[in-house]
Design a protein around this ligand. Structure first.
Ligand code: FES
Ligand SMILES: [Fe+2]
Length: 374
């Protein structure tokens, strides 16, 4: 009888908790969690619809009437600054026959549905429903746009589809405090560059990869030369984890390096915030990575860079070029891993306890969010 395959009678973790509490004892999530349609559907409901999601910039929503539309893992949403100065978000779904109330972005006095023309105010109230007079017991007050939670943090705007979610500040406050203590001022940076990458892998493959530095010597030789790998640390904390990575020395890397610009020993801070947001913090810029599943096997990663105003174009270009190289290396390995996870030979792996505590932390959070998907 073959010893290869998906039988795991030797696996004590499977009998008790899906992912054991100690990284040294634990097995990873099953490979099927990276491919199954029912797991993806459950993630949409219990992970992406239950957490604060970065969807826009405050700068695009500064004046009354400014609006943006977004698609959040399949949910069409509309964000708008009201005449009263209040930022609001709604499902971008007309109450008549589910048409789109707004498209793209811009500035408007009201919204008119693109299907039969019902109009809504900036506050989401239904203002006019054409030729509705003969319809009995129709109260326009009951047919306003359905609201969604919205909040901003520095230049970033988040939404949350869960009406019972705790406020965004409970998520971001600890990170805010650590960033301030380290001297980073989110209030001074402004968006400069945006890059989107579509990857043929489950979104968790990409997050797993972000959460460990273990692959850096093999996958990212250029980055490895820049970082003090031995001092690279991952610190899981509740709903986020922090990676601390001091640079090795100034100017020792290749000329394209985004890191050679900084003094030796400069600490880059990398935050991952459950479930799909990364903040990469350097002395003169912050970048965000938003990881959005397009399906169980496809992922969109949106990278945006926010720089201090005094940073010149050459430094911006060097930073983005270096990041782009690392991203291409990550995309390549993640797409290989996505194929490997579909192999009959692989189900679950072990963690390298010294290096993969961040991945273990993520898998624990996933297992807790989807308790009935063994
Ligand atoms: S779907 Fe919006 S007016 Fe009909
Ligand atoms: Fe990587």
């Amino acid at each position: 009888m073959s010893t290869m395959g998906r039988g795991h009678t030797h696996d004590p973790a499977r009998q008790e908790e899906l992912v054991a509490p100690a990284v040294a004892d634990a097995f990873t999530l099953p490979a099927s969690w990276y491919t199954r349609a029912d797991v993806f559907q459950a993630e949409r409901e219990r992970v992406f619809s239950a957490t604060w999601q970065l969807v826009a910039h405050s700068a695009a929503l500064s004046k009354p009437g400014d609006y943006v539309t977004v698609n959040l893992v399949g949910e069409p949403l509309l964000l708008v600054r009201g005449d009263d100065g209040v930022l609001r978000a709604f499902y971008n779904v007309c109450r008549h026959r589910a048409g789109p109330v707004a498209l793209g972005s811009g500035c408007r006095r009201a919204f008119q549905c693109g299907y039969h023309g019902w109009t809504y105010g900036l506050d989401g109230r239904l203002r006019q429903a054409r030729e509705i007079q003969g319809t009995r017991h129709f109260d326009p007050e009951e047919y306003g746009l359905v609201p969604v939670g919205v909040a901003d943090w520095g230049p970033l705007v988040f939404v949350n589809l869960d009406p019972a979610a705790p406020p965004l500040s409970t998520v971001m406050d600890p990170i805010d405090q650590e960033m301030s203590a380290a001297g980073f001022d989110l209030g001074r940076v402004a968006p400069r560059v945006r890059r989107c990458y579509e990857i043929q892998c489950n979104w968790k493959v990409y997050v797993d990869n972000y959460l460990e530095g273990y692959h850096i010597p093999i996958v990212h030789p250029g980055l490895f030369r820049e970082l003090d790998y031995l001092r690279y640390q991952v610190q899981p904390r509740g709903h986020y984890s922090k990676q601390v990575s001091p640079t090795r020395s100034a100017g020792t890397g290749d000329a394209q390096s985004g890191y050679g610009r900084y003094e030796a020993g400069t600490e880059a801070l990398y935050y991952w915030i459950w479930p799909n947001l990364m903040l990469n913090i350097y002395p003169d810029n912050v970048s965000t990575n938003v990881i959005l599943p397009l399906g169980a096997d496809r992922t969109l990663t949106i990278f945006e860079w926010f720089f201090l105003p005094e940073v010149g174009g050459e430094d911006v270009e060097a930073t983005v070029a270096f990041s782009d190289q690392i991203q291409q290396e990550d995309i390549d390995i993640c797409e290989h891993v996505a194929r490997g996870l579909q192999s009959a030979s692989y189900d679950r792996g072990r963690f390298v306890a010294a290096r993969e505590n961040g991945v273990h932390h993520f898998h624990r959070l996933m297992a807790a969010a989807l308790p009935s998907h063994r």
